[in-house]
Design a protein around this ligand. Structure first.
Ligand code: HEM
Length: 414
């Protein structure tokens, strides 16, 4: 790695013709990089991840579909990776690849047992009840800033809703929820010992929750996992609940934030904002196509040598799912406003390891309710800064704003 060039140079070949999938160029305009990768390499591009660790970037819609559909050829267990010797102990992406025995990294029949139990448990969530609870959460949060006439809708609103909704689905007491939300947010947003300590507290909270539900079951997700015919152990359930919480939190937060941003910056929505219920669904779908919350996902590992998108992929190679890039594939991408009714985006992944049914529906209930309550309560919501001044978080994986400052006529508190 001696001739590696600094990250600040223009996008271009860094090493063996590979392009860096990180750094300021990527962060300032990921869509431009996706286009360049597609033009230079086609639907499967050799890239370098942080620390110049090699991977394949799958950016063709057809190829992402193929990789996520064929779990025999492209598997999920990170121990299959052939580049572990390139990974330093402090690699920033370790959290995505260090194996743990949760649903995320299991395969085959074991994965079906675990993911099937999650789907069964989520399927029994009453979506009307969830929506009513989200209304309550949203109203309370708006009460906190309604009188001031201004707010940051990321930190004061979007970020605070999905975990509260997930805690409700998990039958957590309202008293325990604020600590969980705080600890999980710290564990995701910061690094170092404070993040580890916060994550330790989240783990402990899940252990206590599962022990409590074993003693006193209720109409909630952990109790249903405990009762599932797959015979999951308490340890498995704790691990999988941690996956569910983490999987729900950041993507749903970004879905709320990115959709409100679209509605406040795009004239097609601005004109109907106050009575905008009819267009919320359209905005939600357009965001999945054009600014999807999980823009890239690690990933899959080739189980044997194969050809993919014209590239020779070796057994053990890592494939990054370029979900945003696949949605932008010129062969499928709907034009401006053309996303209405077309729900074939790959924003929730796909196949056996995709976001498990009915999680995308639950995420939509949470997101849609949050936005509808916001528009009902603060109908003259306006961006406090020009749209171009909004800043995207520096992340290759998530697409979300650092802040969404708005102003509105100070309203009443309920
Ligand atoms: C209530 C909210 C949500 C829950 C409970 C949830 C749950 C999960 C779980 C448990 C997994 C792991 C599946 C497995 O390993 O078999 C997963 C994967 C995933 N989820 Fe979600 N999720 C939620 C919201 C979202 C949202 C809003 C998005 C993005 C729009 C999203 C995108 C994904 C993606 C891209 C994957 C990986 C798919 C793949 O590997 O093919 N999820 N989700």
């Amino acid at each position: 790695m001696t001739d590696v060039q600094p990250h600040t140079e223009p996008i271009g070949a860094a090493q063996d013709g590979r392009i860096r999938l990180y750094g300021p160029k990527f962060e300032s305009d990921p869509a431009a990089l996706y286009t360049q990768l597609r033009r230079q390499h086609g639907p499967v591009a050799p890239v370098l991840l942080e620390g110049d660790v090699p991977a394949w970037f799958v950016c063709g819609y057809r190829e992402v579909h193929q990789v996520t559909t064929d779990s025999q050829q492209f598997a999920r267990d990170t121990r299959r990776w052939n580049a572990w010797d390139r990974v330093p102990p402090d690699w920033p992406l370790l959290a995505y690849v260090v194996h743990n025995p949760s649903v995320m990294f299991t395969e085959g029949a074991e994965h079906r047992r675990r993911a099937g139990a999650i789907s069964d448990a989520l399927d029994l969530v009453d979506q009307f009840e969830l929506s009513a609870h989200c209304e309550k959460i949203a109203d309370r949060l708006i009460d906190e800033f309604a009188g001031s006439g201004e707010a940051d809708l990321v930190s004061q609103y979007a970020q605070r809703i999905p975990l509260r909704a997930a805690a409700f689905m998990c039958g957590m007491s309202e008293a325990d929820t604020p600590n969980l939300v705080r600890d999980l947010t710290v564990s995701v947003d910061s690094s170092g010992p404070e993040s580890m300590e916060a994550y330790g507290r989240v783990q402990q909270a899940m252990q206590n929750l599962v022990a409590g539900k074993r003693a006193y079951p209720g109409p909630d997700v952990p109790s249903r996992l405990l009762a599932n015919e797959g015979g999951l152990t308490d340890e498995e359930i704790v691990l999988d609940l941690l996956v569910v919480l983490a999987a729900a939190h950041q993507p749903t937060t970004n879905w709320i934030g990115n959709t409100v941003r679209l509605m406040l910056t795009d004239d097609r929505f601005a004109t109907s904002l106050s009575g905008g219920r009819a267009s919320v669904g359209q905005a939600l779908n357009e965001v999945l196509w054009h600014d999807t919350p999980t823009q890239n996902f690690i990933g899959r590992f080739a189980t044997r040598d194969t050809m993919l998108g014209g590239q020779r992929v070796r057994a053990g190679d890592l494939l990054v799912l370029g979900l945003a890039a696949a949605n932008a594939d010129p062969q499928v991408r709907p034009g401006e406003g053309g996303a209405l009714g077309n729900r074939a985006q790959l924003s929730f992944g796909h196949g056996e390891h995709g976001c498990p049914y009915p999680a995308p529906e639950l995420a939509e209930v949470i997101t849609r309710t949050s936005i509808e309550v916001l528009l009902d309560r603060l109908p003259d919501l306006t961006l406090a800064v020009p749209g171009e001044a909004l800043v995207w978080r520096q992340s290759v994986w998530m697409r979300g704003l650092t802040a969404l400052p708005v102003t509105f006529t100070p309203g009443y508190v309920r």
